[in-house]
Design a protein around this ligand. Structure first.
Ligand SMILES: [Zn+2]
Length: 407
Protein backbone atom coordinates (compact mmCIF):
# COMPACT_ATOMS: atom_id res chain seq x y z
CA UNK A 1 0.00 0.00 0.00
CA UNK A 2 1.35 3.38 -1.00
CA UNK A 3 -0.73 5.23 1.57
CA UNK A 4 0.45 8.79 0.86
CA UNK A 5 -0.63 9.41 4.43
CA UNK A 6 0.52 12.73 5.86
CA UNK A 7 3.16 12.28 8.51
CA UNK A 8 4.68 9.27 6.74
CA UNK A 9 7.84 9.67 4.69
CA UNK A 10 7.91 9.17 0.93
CA UNK A 11 4.82 7.45 -0.39
CA UNK A 12 4.06 5.98 3.03
CA UNK A 13 4.67 2.48 1.72
CA UNK A 14 3.43 -0.52 3.72
CA UNK A 15 4.65 -3.91 2.45
CA UNK A 16 2.40 -6.89 3.04
CA UNK A 17 -0.40 -4.47 3.74
CA UNK A 18 -4.10 -4.95 4.27
CA UNK A 19 -6.92 -2.48 3.94
CA UNK A 20 -10.48 -2.85 5.22
CA UNK A 21 -13.50 -1.04 3.79
CA UNK A 22 -16.75 -0.61 5.70
CA UNK A 23 -19.70 1.34 4.26
CA UNK A 24 -17.59 2.95 1.55
CA UNK A 25 -14.92 4.21 3.96
CA UNK A 26 -11.49 2.98 4.89
CA UNK A 27 -11.77 1.22 8.26
CA UNK A 28 -8.24 -0.17 8.57
CA UNK A 29 -4.86 0.39 6.91
CA UNK A 30 -1.77 -1.46 8.07
CA UNK A 31 0.13 -4.71 7.93
CA UNK A 32 -1.88 -7.83 7.19
CA UNK A 33 -0.95 -9.49 10.48
CA UNK A 34 -2.31 -6.47 12.38
CA UNK A 35 -5.74 -6.63 10.71
CA UNK A 36 -8.28 -6.84 13.56
CA UNK A 37 -10.21 -10.10 13.62
CA UNK A 38 -13.52 -8.28 13.29
CA UNK A 39 -12.70 -7.57 9.63
CA UNK A 40 -11.51 -11.05 8.80
CA UNK A 41 -14.91 -12.67 8.42
CA UNK A 42 -15.97 -10.30 5.66
CA UNK A 43 -15.41 -10.57 1.93
CA UNK A 44 -11.70 -10.81 1.30
CA UNK A 45 -9.82 -10.06 -1.90
CA UNK A 46 -6.22 -11.17 -2.40
CA UNK A 47 -4.46 -8.72 -4.70
CA UNK A 48 -1.48 -11.03 -5.16
CA UNK A 49 1.22 -8.49 -4.41
CA UNK A 50 -0.19 -5.66 -6.52
CA UNK A 51 0.39 -2.04 -5.56
CA UNK A 52 -2.53 -0.06 -4.14
CA UNK A 53 -2.52 3.74 -4.16
CA UNK A 54 -5.21 6.26 -3.32
CA UNK A 55 -7.49 6.86 -6.32
CA UNK A 56 -5.73 9.47 -8.43
CA UNK A 57 -6.95 13.07 -8.48
CA UNK A 58 -6.73 15.51 -11.40
CA UNK A 59 -7.19 18.88 -9.72
CA UNK A 60 -7.15 21.12 -12.84
CA UNK A 61 -9.01 20.38 -16.07
CA UNK A 62 -11.13 22.15 -18.67
CA UNK A 63 -12.78 18.84 -19.63
CA UNK A 64 -16.09 20.30 -20.87
CA UNK A 65 -15.88 22.22 -24.16
CA UNK A 66 -17.23 22.26 -27.70
CA UNK A 67 -15.24 21.26 -30.80
CA UNK A 68 -11.48 20.89 -30.67
CA UNK A 69 -8.48 22.78 -32.03
CA UNK A 70 -6.77 20.03 -34.01
CA UNK A 71 -6.84 22.22 -37.14
CA UNK A 72 -4.89 24.94 -35.29
CA UNK A 73 -2.45 22.35 -34.03
CA UNK A 74 -1.83 21.30 -37.60
CA UNK A 75 -1.39 24.93 -38.67
CA UNK A 76 1.09 25.50 -35.83
CA UNK A 77 3.09 22.47 -36.95
CA UNK A 78 3.15 23.99 -40.44
CA UNK A 79 4.68 27.16 -39.01
CA UNK A 80 1.71 29.47 -38.25
CA UNK A 81 2.25 31.50 -35.07
CA UNK A 82 -0.28 31.82 -32.29
CA UNK A 83 -1.01 35.47 -32.96
CA UNK A 84 -1.80 34.84 -36.63
CA UNK A 85 -4.11 32.00 -35.61
CA UNK A 86 -5.86 34.21 -33.06
CA UNK A 87 -6.29 37.01 -35.64
CA UNK A 88 -7.91 34.52 -38.00
CA UNK A 89 -10.57 33.87 -35.32
CA UNK A 90 -8.79 30.91 -33.77
CA UNK A 91 -7.46 30.35 -30.27
CA UNK A 92 -9.73 30.45 -27.25
CA UNK A 93 -12.39 32.49 -29.09
CA UNK A 94 -12.95 29.60 -31.51
CA UNK A 95 -13.56 27.23 -28.57
CA UNK A 96 -15.95 29.83 -27.10
CA UNK A 97 -17.95 29.88 -30.36
CA UNK A 98 -18.02 26.08 -30.52
CA UNK A 99 -19.01 25.73 -26.85
CA UNK A 100 -21.83 28.28 -27.09
CA UNK A 101 -23.30 26.25 -29.97
CA UNK A 102 -23.54 23.07 -27.86
CA UNK A 103 -26.44 21.87 -25.75
CA UNK A 104 -25.92 20.56 -22.22
CA UNK A 105 -26.45 17.02 -23.54
CA UNK A 106 -23.89 17.33 -26.30
CA UNK A 107 -21.34 18.84 -23.89
CA UNK A 108 -21.88 15.87 -21.58
CA UNK A 109 -21.49 13.42 -24.45
CA UNK A 110 -18.20 14.85 -25.74
CA UNK A 111 -16.71 15.30 -22.26
CA UNK A 112 -17.74 11.74 -21.29
CA UNK A 113 -15.27 10.28 -23.78
CA UNK A 114 -12.43 12.25 -22.21
CA UNK A 115 -13.65 11.48 -18.71
CA UNK A 116 -13.52 7.77 -19.50
CA UNK A 117 -9.79 8.01 -20.21
CA UNK A 118 -9.26 9.37 -16.71
CA UNK A 119 -11.47 6.72 -15.09
CA UNK A 120 -9.48 4.05 -16.96
CA UNK A 121 -6.31 5.38 -15.33
CA UNK A 122 -7.60 5.11 -11.78
CA UNK A 123 -8.77 8.69 -11.32
CA UNK A 124 -11.53 8.88 -8.70
CA UNK A 125 -11.80 12.69 -8.30
CA UNK A 126 -11.52 15.25 -11.08
CA UNK A 127 -11.99 18.99 -11.21
CA UNK A 128 -13.77 20.57 -14.18
CA UNK A 129 -13.78 24.30 -14.94
CA UNK A 130 -16.12 26.44 -17.00
CA UNK A 131 -14.54 29.30 -18.92
CA UNK A 132 -15.39 28.66 -22.59
CA UNK A 133 -18.86 30.18 -22.42
CA UNK A 134 -17.94 33.69 -21.34
CA UNK A 135 -21.63 34.55 -21.23
CA UNK A 136 -24.32 34.00 -18.64
CA UNK A 137 -26.09 31.01 -20.21
CA UNK A 138 -23.08 29.07 -21.44
CA UNK A 139 -20.94 29.40 -18.30
CA UNK A 140 -23.81 27.93 -16.26
CA UNK A 141 -24.51 25.29 -18.94
CA UNK A 142 -20.89 24.13 -18.76
CA UNK A 143 -21.14 23.74 -14.98
CA UNK A 144 -24.44 21.87 -15.27
CA UNK A 145 -22.80 19.52 -17.79
CA UNK A 146 -19.93 18.93 -15.34
CA UNK A 147 -22.34 18.20 -12.47
CA UNK A 148 -24.30 15.85 -14.74
CA UNK A 149 -21.16 13.85 -15.52
CA UNK A 150 -20.78 13.28 -11.79
CA UNK A 151 -24.32 11.88 -11.61
CA UNK A 152 -23.70 9.46 -14.49
CA UNK A 153 -20.16 8.21 -13.87
CA UNK A 154 -18.50 6.64 -10.81
CA UNK A 155 -16.22 9.55 -10.07
CA UNK A 156 -16.31 12.62 -7.81
CA UNK A 157 -16.46 15.82 -9.83
CA UNK A 158 -15.47 19.16 -8.34
CA UNK A 159 -16.63 22.17 -10.36
CA UNK A 160 -14.93 25.54 -10.69
CA UNK A 161 -16.42 28.66 -12.25
CA UNK A 162 -13.82 30.26 -14.52
CA UNK A 163 -15.96 32.98 -16.11
CA UNK A 164 -12.93 35.27 -15.57
CA UNK A 165 -10.91 33.27 -18.12
CA UNK A 166 -10.62 36.05 -20.71
CA UNK A 167 -12.76 38.86 -22.10
CA UNK A 168 -15.12 37.59 -24.82
CA UNK A 169 -14.45 39.07 -28.25
CA UNK A 170 -17.90 40.68 -28.36
CA UNK A 171 -17.73 42.70 -25.10
CA UNK A 172 -16.00 45.54 -23.24
CA UNK A 173 -13.83 44.51 -20.25
CA UNK A 174 -15.77 46.49 -17.66
CA UNK A 175 -19.15 45.30 -18.94
CA UNK A 176 -18.01 41.70 -18.89
CA UNK A 177 -16.47 41.89 -15.41
CA UNK A 178 -19.74 43.36 -14.20
CA UNK A 179 -21.64 40.45 -15.70
CA UNK A 180 -19.28 37.99 -13.98
CA UNK A 181 -19.51 39.52 -10.49
CA UNK A 182 -23.15 40.62 -10.52
CA UNK A 183 -24.89 37.85 -12.44
CA UNK A 184 -22.85 34.75 -13.26
CA UNK A 185 -21.20 34.15 -9.87
CA UNK A 186 -24.36 34.77 -7.78
CA UNK A 187 -26.45 32.51 -10.03
CA UNK A 188 -23.85 29.71 -10.00
CA UNK A 189 -23.83 29.87 -6.21
CA UNK A 190 -27.62 30.00 -5.98
CA UNK A 191 -27.93 26.88 -8.15
CA UNK A 192 -25.14 25.04 -6.32
CA UNK A 193 -23.14 24.71 -9.53
CA UNK A 194 -19.71 25.90 -8.39
CA UNK A 195 -17.39 24.58 -5.68
CA UNK A 196 -14.81 27.34 -6.28
CA UNK A 197 -14.14 30.49 -8.31
CA UNK A 198 -11.10 30.75 -10.60
CA UNK A 199 -9.59 33.62 -12.55
CA UNK A 200 -6.83 33.92 -15.16
CA UNK A 201 -4.29 36.40 -13.79
CA UNK A 202 -1.99 37.08 -16.72
CA UNK A 203 -1.28 39.50 -19.54
CA UNK A 204 -3.85 37.85 -21.83
CA UNK A 205 -6.38 37.32 -19.02
CA UNK A 206 -7.11 39.78 -16.23
CA UNK A 207 -4.99 41.98 -14.03
CA UNK A 208 -4.61 41.34 -10.32
CA UNK A 209 -6.73 44.48 -9.66
CA UNK A 210 -9.55 43.25 -11.87
CA UNK A 211 -9.57 39.83 -10.21
CA UNK A 212 -9.67 41.39 -6.72
CA UNK A 213 -13.24 42.34 -7.47
CA UNK A 214 -14.12 38.85 -8.70
CA UNK A 215 -12.57 37.19 -5.66
CA UNK A 216 -14.18 39.59 -3.19
CA UNK A 217 -17.52 38.50 -4.64
CA UNK A 218 -16.50 34.86 -4.19
CA UNK A 219 -15.58 35.60 -0.58
CA UNK A 220 -18.91 37.34 0.08
CA UNK A 221 -20.66 34.21 -1.16
CA UNK A 222 -18.35 31.94 0.90
CA UNK A 223 -16.72 30.21 -2.07
CA UNK A 224 -13.00 29.38 -2.12
CA UNK A 225 -10.74 30.77 -4.81
CA UNK A 226 -8.25 29.30 -7.29
CA UNK A 227 -5.98 31.26 -9.62
CA UNK A 228 -4.44 30.64 -13.05
CA UNK A 229 -1.29 32.49 -12.08
CA UNK A 230 1.74 33.86 -13.92
CA UNK A 231 1.78 31.44 -16.87
CA UNK A 232 3.10 33.94 -19.44
CA UNK A 233 4.40 36.72 -17.20
CA UNK A 234 4.77 37.46 -13.48
CA UNK A 235 1.46 39.29 -13.12
CA UNK A 236 1.30 39.02 -9.32
CA UNK A 237 -0.98 35.99 -9.57
CA UNK A 238 0.69 34.08 -6.74
CA UNK A 239 0.46 37.08 -4.38
CA UNK A 240 -3.19 37.51 -5.36
CA UNK A 241 -3.85 33.84 -4.59
CA UNK A 242 -2.18 34.18 -1.20
CA UNK A 243 -4.12 37.36 -0.41
CA UNK A 244 -7.39 35.45 -0.80
CA UNK A 245 -6.08 32.27 0.91
CA UNK A 246 -6.69 30.46 -2.37
CA UNK A 247 -6.89 26.68 -2.39
CA UNK A 248 -4.37 26.70 -5.22
CA UNK A 249 -2.32 28.82 -7.58
CA UNK A 250 -1.85 27.04 -10.89
CA UNK A 251 0.81 27.23 -13.66
CA UNK A 252 3.33 29.55 -11.90
CA UNK A 253 5.97 29.30 -14.66
CA UNK A 254 6.89 32.99 -14.27
CA UNK A 255 6.24 33.44 -10.54
CA UNK A 256 9.03 35.26 -8.72
CA UNK A 257 10.49 34.78 -5.23
CA UNK A 258 7.96 37.09 -3.56
CA UNK A 259 5.13 35.07 -5.04
CA UNK A 260 6.53 31.78 -3.76
CA UNK A 261 6.98 33.25 -0.28
CA UNK A 262 3.38 34.46 -0.32
CA UNK A 263 2.11 31.00 -1.28
CA UNK A 264 4.12 29.47 1.55
CA UNK A 265 2.67 31.90 4.11
CA UNK A 266 -0.89 31.33 2.90
CA UNK A 267 -0.62 27.53 2.68
CA UNK A 268 -1.83 27.73 -0.93
CA UNK A 269 -1.01 24.66 -3.04
CA UNK A 270 1.11 25.18 -6.18
CA UNK A 271 -0.42 23.22 -9.05
CA UNK A 272 2.08 22.46 -11.82
CA UNK A 273 0.77 21.78 -15.32
CA UNK A 274 3.40 19.91 -17.35
CA UNK A 275 1.10 19.31 -20.36
CA UNK A 276 0.86 23.02 -21.20
CA UNK A 277 4.56 23.47 -20.49
CA UNK A 278 5.29 20.71 -23.00
CA UNK A 279 2.82 21.77 -25.67
CA UNK A 280 3.85 25.43 -25.68
CA UNK A 281 7.52 24.40 -25.77
CA UNK A 282 7.98 26.54 -22.67
CA UNK A 283 11.57 27.02 -21.52
CA UNK A 284 11.13 28.93 -18.28
CA UNK A 285 10.69 26.49 -15.39
CA UNK A 286 8.38 27.23 -12.46
CA UNK A 287 10.42 28.06 -9.30
CA UNK A 288 10.34 24.50 -8.00
CA UNK A 289 13.48 24.61 -5.86
CA UNK A 290 12.18 27.73 -4.07
CA UNK A 291 8.84 26.00 -3.53
CA UNK A 292 10.64 23.07 -1.90
CA UNK A 293 12.84 25.29 0.24
CA UNK A 294 9.89 27.34 1.47
CA UNK A 295 7.65 24.30 2.03
CA UNK A 296 5.02 25.05 -0.62
CA UNK A 297 2.90 21.98 -1.34
CA UNK A 298 3.05 20.86 -4.98
CA UNK A 299 0.26 19.19 -6.94
CA UNK A 300 0.29 18.05 -10.59
CA UNK A 301 -2.60 18.16 -13.04
CA UNK A 302 -3.27 17.63 -16.75
CA UNK A 303 -4.88 21.04 -17.48
CA UNK A 304 -6.83 19.03 -20.08
CA UNK A 305 -8.02 21.67 -22.58
CA UNK A 306 -8.44 21.92 -26.35
CA UNK A 307 -5.74 24.56 -26.89
CA UNK A 308 -2.52 24.24 -24.94
CA UNK A 309 -2.89 20.81 -23.30
CA UNK A 310 -5.16 18.26 -25.00
CA UNK A 311 -3.96 15.76 -22.41
CA UNK A 312 -6.36 13.07 -21.22
CA UNK A 313 -3.82 11.00 -19.29
CA UNK A 314 -2.86 11.67 -15.68
CA UNK A 315 -0.13 9.01 -15.97
CA UNK A 316 1.44 10.98 -18.84
CA UNK A 317 1.23 14.18 -16.79
CA UNK A 318 3.07 12.37 -13.98
CA UNK A 319 5.82 11.29 -16.38
CA UNK A 320 6.12 14.80 -17.83
CA UNK A 321 6.28 16.39 -14.38
CA UNK A 322 9.06 14.06 -13.28
CA UNK A 323 11.21 14.72 -16.34
CA UNK A 324 10.46 18.37 -17.15
CA UNK A 325 10.26 19.63 -13.56
CA UNK A 326 12.75 17.19 -11.98
CA UNK A 327 10.27 16.02 -9.38
CA UNK A 328 10.95 12.84 -7.40
CA UNK A 329 8.65 9.82 -7.59
CA UNK A 330 7.42 10.66 -4.08
CA UNK A 331 6.60 14.23 -5.11
CA UNK A 332 4.83 13.06 -8.27
CA UNK A 333 2.69 10.53 -6.40
CA UNK A 334 1.80 13.02 -3.68
CA UNK A 335 1.03 15.57 -6.41
CA UNK A 336 -1.78 13.49 -7.90
CA UNK A 337 -3.19 12.25 -4.58
CA UNK A 338 -2.72 13.98 -1.21
CA UNK A 339 -1.70 17.42 -2.50
CA UNK A 340 -4.22 17.38 -5.35
CA UNK A 341 -6.95 16.70 -2.78
CA UNK A 342 -5.74 19.70 -0.80
CA UNK A 343 -5.79 21.85 -3.96
CA UNK A 344 -9.51 21.06 -4.14
CA UNK A 345 -10.21 21.45 -0.42
CA UNK A 346 -11.08 17.71 -0.30
CA UNK A 347 -8.15 16.47 1.79
CA UNK A 348 -10.34 15.45 4.72
CA UNK A 349 -12.27 13.17 2.38
CA UNK A 350 -9.81 11.66 -0.09
CA UNK A 351 -6.24 11.65 -1.42
CA UNK A 352 -4.66 9.17 1.03
CA UNK A 353 -5.22 5.68 2.38
CA UNK A 354 -6.21 6.69 5.90
CA UNK A 355 -8.91 5.44 8.25
CA UNK A 356 -12.10 7.46 7.86
CA UNK A 357 -11.45 8.65 4.32
CA UNK A 358 -13.60 7.65 1.38
CA UNK A 359 -12.46 4.27 0.02
CA UNK A 360 -11.07 5.56 -3.29
CA UNK A 361 -8.33 3.23 -4.50
CA UNK A 362 -6.34 2.49 -7.61
CA UNK A 363 -4.94 -1.04 -7.85
CA UNK A 364 -2.03 -1.49 -10.21
CA UNK A 365 -0.29 -4.35 -11.98
CA UNK A 366 3.04 -3.12 -10.64
CA UNK A 367 5.09 -3.77 -7.53
CA UNK A 368 6.66 -0.38 -6.82
CA UNK A 369 5.45 3.24 -7.10
CA UNK A 370 8.25 4.21 -9.48
CA UNK A 371 6.73 1.98 -12.17
CA UNK A 372 3.72 4.32 -12.38
CA UNK A 373 6.05 7.13 -13.43
CA UNK A 374 8.60 5.12 -15.37
CA UNK A 375 6.51 3.69 -18.20
CA UNK A 376 5.35 5.91 -21.02
CA UNK A 377 2.08 5.12 -22.77
CA UNK A 378 1.20 2.01 -20.80
CA UNK A 379 -1.72 1.79 -18.42
CA UNK A 380 -1.01 -0.73 -15.65
CA UNK A 381 -4.35 -0.21 -13.86
CA UNK A 382 -5.72 -3.51 -12.55
CA UNK A 383 -8.85 -2.15 -10.93
CA UNK A 384 -10.33 0.89 -9.33
CA UNK A 385 -12.46 1.35 -6.22
CA UNK A 386 -14.64 4.44 -5.85
CA UNK A 387 -16.46 5.06 -2.56
CA UNK A 388 -15.85 1.43 -1.68
CA UNK A 389 -17.31 0.07 -4.91
CA UNK A 390 -15.28 -1.83 -7.45
CA UNK A 391 -15.75 -0.10 -10.78
CA UNK A 392 -14.98 -1.39 -14.24
CA UNK A 393 -12.94 0.42 -16.83
CA UNK A 394 -15.94 1.46 -18.89
CA UNK A 395 -17.26 3.57 -16.06
CA UNK A 396 -20.22 1.41 -15.11
CA UNK A 397 -20.43 -0.28 -11.74
CA UNK A 398 -19.07 -3.79 -11.90
CA UNK A 399 -18.76 -6.09 -8.94
CA UNK A 400 -16.13 -8.33 -10.50
CA UNK A 401 -12.47 -7.51 -10.74
CA UNK A 402 -11.33 -6.81 -14.29
CA UNK A 403 -7.80 -6.51 -15.56
CA UNK A 404 -7.10 -3.48 -17.72
CA UNK A 405 -4.63 -4.31 -20.44
CA UNK A 406 -3.47 -7.71 -19.29
CA UNK A 407 -1.78 -9.54 -22.14
ZN1 LIG B 1 -6.14 25.79 -16.98
Amino acid sequence: LATLASGRSGTGLIRGGALAIVDGRIAFVGREEDLPSRFQADEEIDLAGRLVTPGLIDCHTHLVFGGDRSNEFEARLAGADYEAIAKAGGGIQSTVRATRAETEESLVASAAKRLNSFICEGVTTIEIKSGYGLDYETELRMLRAARRLGQIYPIDIVTTLLAAHTVPGDQERATYLNLVTEKIIPRAVEDGLADAIDGFCDSIGFSSEELQRVFRRARELALPVKVHADQLSDAGGAELAAQFSALSADHLEKTGAAGVAALARAGTVAVLLPGAYFDLREKHLPPIEQMRTMGVRIAIATDCNPGSSPLVSILTAMRMAAVQFSLSVDEVLAGVTREAARALGRHAETGALEVGKSANLAIWNVERPVELVYWMGSNPLFSRVWRGKKTSLTGSIDWGWRASNAP
